[in-house]
Write a protein that binds this ligand. Structure first.
Ligand code: C2E
Ligand code: CA
Ligand code: CA
Length: 673
C-alpha cells in the first residue's frame, strides 16, 4: 500500500457526533474543527463525503469491530484510506490520502451520467464502477434490477447483462421475499435521509445462498431505490452457528434447555393464536446411572444418543425434542387434539426408550418415568409447563415403575403426602408400623406350596396401608432401607420358623435392596443375626437380589455373594431380564434361582419373542444348575405355558396375592404344602 501523505484523525461518540477533530497536514476533511464538534457526520458532511465514510462507519457501528477501508472522493478524485476503531462508547477514526498512481487515477466522469449512491449523494458513473460495495438500482414497485456495478458481478457472479431486467425478488430466498419486498416499499416511502437496511438471502450464480445486507435509499421521483449491498454470509453463518451452539445439546444434537424454552415459547404463541392444545412430555430415564457407572461414560453417552434418535423418530417434524441435561429429555407435542392424545404418544415414547439397545457387545435396557402437562390447562408458559410435566414425572418415579402420568392440580397434595411419608418413614420401624405380607410360591408341576416371598407393607397411622412402591425408593434414597431390610430379614426368618410346625420344608424369600447389598458387611451380619435368632434353616432362606445390582463392581459383587453363600443361604436373581443382560455373567455367579421378571410373563402368551426369551432363560439356567421362578403369573394360559416350558416355581395373583401373616396358617392347612 502507498505511504500515507499525511494522517488526520477524529473521534465520534456512539451516535457518530464529532468529539474531536484533527486534520492532518494537507489531508483536510472539508470543515474545520469548530464547526464540526457536536454535529453528526451525516449532518456535517455533504453527500460525497458521507458516501466515503458510510460503509466503514456503519459496519463498525453494527458489528463493533475495527474496520479499514479505502474510498475515492468523487468530486476531488482523491483516494482516502480510513481506519476506524470502536471504543466502549466512541469511535476513533484515522485517515490519510493515498497518492494517485497512474493506473489508479480514475477515468474522468462521463458527463451527464450521474447516479445517486446508497446514501443519496450524487455520484457519477466512475464512482459507481469503482465502488467496493455492490451497488444496485432497482425499480421499487417490482424490485426489478435496473443497473448493477462491477462489484456486484464480482460478488454474486452474475454479469450486468444477465441480471439487469430481472427481479431482485426472483433471486431472493422464498423465506426472505416478503421482508425484502416490504423493505423496498418502506424505502420508497421513507422520508429520512438515513438508508433503510435489511438482510436477505440471494442465490448467487453458482446456486449458493448468500446473505446480503442492504442499505437502500429512495429516489421517489423515478420510483427507484438505490441500494448498496454487502455480503455478510460469513458473519451471519458464524452468528447462526453460535446461536445453534447456544441452543443445542452437543452430545445429542437435540435442543438444550435454552433452545427448548425459546422454541416452546414460539410454539405456545402459535397454539394460543389457533386455540390449540400443546403437550409437554417430560422423560427421565430410570436406570441410566448404573449404565454409566459400570460400562463407562462412553457407553452412557452412546445410550443417550440412541434415546435421542428414538425420541426424534417417534414424533412429528414440528414437535420439539430436547435434552435438558443428564438423562432428562423433553418432547413438546405442538399439535394434539386432546390430552389423551398426548398420553398415547407418551406411551409410544416409553416403548421406544425401553427397547433393548446393543452397545459394544452389551444388551442394555433403560426404562423411563414420564410426566405430561398440557397447554393451556396446566400452565400458560414454557417454564410452568416444563415444571409441571417434571412434577408429573416424579409421580411416576415414586410409584416405583416405568410409566406415564398426567399433571393434575392434585399433584401438589401428592407432593405434600410424599413429604409426610418421608418424615414418618424414619419412625416407622420404632413405631412398629412395618409389616410383611407373604405371597405363595408353587411348584409348577405338582402345584404344591413350596414357600413364600416376604413383601413389605407400611401401616401408616393416617394414610393406611402403603405399598413398597411408594416408600422403598425413598427409603433407598435416604438409606433407611438398611435398617428396614434388616428388620424384614429377621421378621421373615422368625415367621418362617413358626410356620414350619404347620408345614414342613417351607422356603422363605426376602428381598435385598441395592443399598443393602452395597453395604456387604452389614448385610452379612443381618442375615447371620436373623438365622441365629430364629434358628431357621439357612438353606431355606432365600435372598432375592435384583438384576440391576450386577451392574456394579463385579469383584466386590462376587465377594459379597460368596460371603452370603458361605452362610448357607440360597440366592435368587430377581427381576431377571429388566436390567443388564446378566446372561453372560450367570455362569460366574453363585445363584441358585433365577426369577424371570413379570413383564416377560405378561407378554408370554402374546409375543413369540418373549416366549423365546423365557425358553432360553429356562434352558440356560437349567444347564447351569439353577432353578427358574416365574413371577406375576396371572392367568391359566401363562401357568400352562410356563409349565410346558419347564419352569420350576410359579408365583402370582393366579395362585394368590400377598397375604397378611394372620391368613397364612389357614392357607397352610387348607391347601397343604
Ligand atoms: P418384587 O420383588 O418384584 O415383588 C413382586 C411384586 O409383584 C410384589 O409387589 C407383588 O405383590 C407383585 N405381584 C405378585 N404377583 C403379581 C401378579 O400376578 N400380578 C401383578 N401385577 N403383580 C404381582 P409389591 O409387594 O408391591 O412389591 C413391589 C416391590 O417392592 C418388590 O418387587 C420389591 O422390589 C420391593 N419390595 C417389597 N418388599 C421388599 C423388602 O422387604 N425389601 C426390599 N428391599 N424391597 C422390597
Ligand atoms: Ca422380589
Ligand atoms: Ca421381581
Amino acid at each position: 500500500m502507498a505511504t500515507p501523505a499525511s494522517v488526520g484523525n477524529f473521534t465520534l461518540d456512539s451516535e457518530l457526533r464529532f468529539l474531536s477533530f484533527e486534520a492532518g497536514d494537507g489531508a483536510t476533511l472539508p470543515s474545520d474543527a469548530r464547526t464540526l464538534l457536536g454535529r453528526s457526520v451525516w449532518d456535517a458532511f455533504d453527500g460525497s463525503w458521507r458516501s466515503l465514510l458510510y460503509p466503514g462507519l456503519r459496519r463498525a457501528q453494527r458489528e463493533r469491530v475495527g474496520v479499514k477501508w479505502e474510498a475515492v472522493h468523487t468530486e476531488t478524485e482523491t483516494r482516502y484510506a480510513f481506519e476506524i476503531e470502536p471504543r466502549s462508547d466512541s469511535y476513533r477514526v484515522r485517515y490519510y490520502v493515498i497518492p494517485p498512481t497512474p493506473q489508479e487515477s480514475p477515468a474522468p466522469p462521463a458527463k451527464g451520467s450521474r447516479t445517486r449512491n446508497a446514501i443519496g449523494a450524487e455520484v457519477d458513473d466512475a464512482y459507481f464502477q469503482r465502488a467496493a460495495d455492490m451497488l444496485v438500482v432497482l425499480s421499487a414497485t417490482e424490485g426489478k434490477i435496473l443497473k448493477v456495478n462491477p462489484a456486484w458481478s464480482r460478488s454474486v457472479g452474475y454479469s450486468a447483462e444477465s441480471i439487469e431486467g430481472r427481479s431482485l425478488l426472483d433471486l431472493t430466498h422464498p423465506d426472505d421475499r416478503a421482508d425484502a419486498y416490504a423493505a423496498l416499499q418502506h424505502t420508497l416511502r421513507s422520508e429520512t435521509d438515513s438508508p433503510i437496511h435489511f438482510t436477505c438471502r440471494i442465490k448467487n450464480q453458482s446456486g449458493e445462498w448468500r446473505y446480503l445486507q442492504w442499505f437502500a435509499t429512495p429516489h421517489p421521483e423515478a420510483d427507484q431505490v438505490y441500494a448498496a449491498a454487502r455480503d455478510v454470509t460469513e458473519s451471519r453463518t458464524t452468528e447462526l452457528a453460535m446461536r445453534r451452539q447456544a441452543t443445542t445439546d452437543a452430545l445429542t444434537e437435540l435442543l438444550n434447555r435454552r433452545g427448548l424454552e425459546e422454541e416452546l415459547t414460539r410454539a405456545l404463541i402459535e397454539a394460543g393464536r389457533q386455540k390449540k392444545h400443546l403437550a409437554v412430555v417430560f422423560i427421565d430415564l430410570d436406570r441410566f446411572k448404573p449404565i454409566n457407572d459400570s460400562f463407562g461414560h462412553e457407553i452412557g453417552d452412546q445410550m443417550l444418543q440412541v434415546v435421542a434418535g428414538r425420541l426424534t423418530a417417534a414424533v412429528r417434524g414440528r414437535d420439539l425434542v430436547a435434552r435438558l441435561g443428564g438423562d432428562e429429555f423433553v418432547v413438546a407435542l405442538t399439535e394434539i387434539a386432546s390430552p389423551s392424545d398426548a398420553e398415547a404418544v407418551a406411551q409410544k415414547l416409553l416403548l421406544a426408550v425401553t427397547a433393548p439397545t446393543n452397545l459394544a457387545g452389551h444388551e442394555l435396557f433403560v426404562t423411563a418415568s414420564i410426566g405430561i402437562s398440557v397447554y393451556p390447562t396446566d400452565g400458560p408458559d414454557a417454564d410452568t409447563l416444563i415444571k409441571n410435566a417434571d412434577a408429573a414425572m416424579y409421580k411416576t418415579k415414586h410409584s416405583g415403575r416405568a410409566g406415564v402420568a398426567l399433571y393434575s392440580e392434585k399433584l401438589p397434595q401428592a407432593e405434600a403426602a410424599r413429604i409426610t411419608i418421608e418424615s414418618g418413614l424414619s419412625k416407622a420401624i420404632e413405631r412398629g408400623e412395618l409389616r410383611l405380607f407373604y405371597q405363595e410360591q408353587r411348584h409348577a408341576k405338582t402345584g404344591n406350596l413350596v414357600g413364600f416371598e416376604a413383601l413389605l407393607r407400611w401401616h401408616h397411622a393416617e394414610h393406611g396401608v402403603i405399598g413398597p412402591g411408594q416408600f422403598i425408593p425413598l427409603a433407598e434414597e435416604t438409606g433407611l432401607i438398611v435398617p428396614m431390610g434388616a428388620w424384614a430379614m429377621g421378621e421373615a426368618a422368625r415367621q418362617a420358623s413358626v410356620w414350619e410346625t404347620l408345614a414342613d420344608g417351607l422356603n422363605m424369600s426376602v428381598n435385598v435392596s441395592p443399598r443393602q447389598f452395597a453395604e456387604g458387611d452389614r448385610l452379612v451380619q443381618s442375615v447371620r443375626d436373623a438365622l441365629s435368632e430364629s434358628a431357621f434353616h439357612p438353606e431355606r432362606l432365600d435372598l432375592e437380589i435384583t438384576e440391576s445390582m450386577l451392574a456394579g463392581d463385579s469383584v466386590e459383587l462376587k465377594r459379597t455373594l460368596h460371603r452370603l453363600k458361605d452362610l448357607g443361604v440360597k440366592l435368587s436373581l430377581d427381576d431377571f431380564g429388566t436390567g443388564y443382560s446378566a446372561l453372560a455373567m450367570l455362569p460366574q455367579l453363585p445363584f441358585d434361582r433365577v426369577k424371570i421378571d413379570r413383564s416377560f410373563i405378561e407378554r408370554l402368551c402374546e409375543s413369540e419373542k418373549d416366549e423365546a426369551v423365557v425358553r432360553l432363560v429356562i434352558e440356560l439356567s437349567h444347564t447351569l444348575g439353577m432353578k427358574v421362578v416365574a413371577e406375576g403369573v396371572e392367568t391359566l394360559a401363562q401357568y400352562e405355558k410356563l409349565t410346558t416350558l419347564g419352569c420350576d416355581v410359579l408365583q402370582g395373583y393366579f395362585f394368590g396375592k400377598p397375604l397378611p401373616p394372620g391368613e397364612v396358617p389357614l392357607l397352610l392347612s387348607s391347601k397343604g404344602a
